[in-house]
Design a binder for this molecule. Structure first.
Ligand code: SF4
Length: 191
């Protein structure tokens, strides 16, 4: 356990460099612990977040669940991170959109911070890509294939199970929204 904690320390300064007023939690798991299911795709297909078929980070553009699983398992570990945001009430749609935007910024900051620390990595993030005003999907390739963060749900991953495996809370109570992301990697960064 002590050895594991020591290895996690490498991520401490990375996450401490993220400028956000919201609490950021994290845990590291093995990619073999991640649960994939076609059933998660059913939620994407129901278009609950309005991103299905609209960008390259969501289904069907992101690939089949089997392809996403293979891509995930090509890495050894995942740093699971999450942040939660206060809402005015459960109907606060604008608050949810602001929280999503803020979380996407957090993901981009983590990406910038790990670039020089990890040889090979892939960042996944809740929901679809928000980088371009209008996505090229499906008429032309993505404008920034090296910078996009595929959707965790779009990969067919049960996020509640992911949170449990990483020892993170899936909910933070009434009138809050919690977002999750993950850094897939092979070797731990230096502490
Ligand atoms: S970076 Fe632009 S083109 Fe690529 S998936 Fe995101 S919105 Fe679409």
């Amino acid at each position: 356990m002590e050895d594991k904690m020591a290895r996690w320390k490498g991520f401490k300064h990375i996450l401490e460099s993220v400028a956000t007023e919201n609490p950021l939690s994290y845990g590291v798991i093995e990619t073999t612990q991640i649960a994939f299911s076609e059933d998660v795709r059913r939620y994407c297909e129901a278009n609950t977040c309005n991103s299905y078929g609209k960008n390259w980070t969501c289904p069907p553009g992101v690939g089949t669940v089997e392809e996403c699983k293979k891509r995930t398992l090509s890495f050894r570990h995942m740093l699971v991170f999450s942040s939660y945001f206060a809402l005015e009430d459960s109907f606060d749609f604008e608050g949810m959109m602001r929280a999503r935007e803020e979380f996407k910024k957090v993901c981009r900051q983590i990406d910038a911070a790990v670039q020089n620390e990890l040889d090979r990595y892939l960042i996944l993030s809740n929901e679809g890509c928000d980088r371009c005003v209008t996505c090229t999907y499906p008429d032309a390739p993505c404008r920034m294939p090296d910078k996009i963060h595929p959707s965790i749900e779009g990969f067919g991953i049960w996020v509640n199970e992911l949170a449990k495996s990483a020892g993170l809370a899936y909910h933070h109570g009434k009138d809050t929204v919690t977002y999750f992301g993950g850094v897939l990697f092979d070797e731990y960064p230096n502490g």
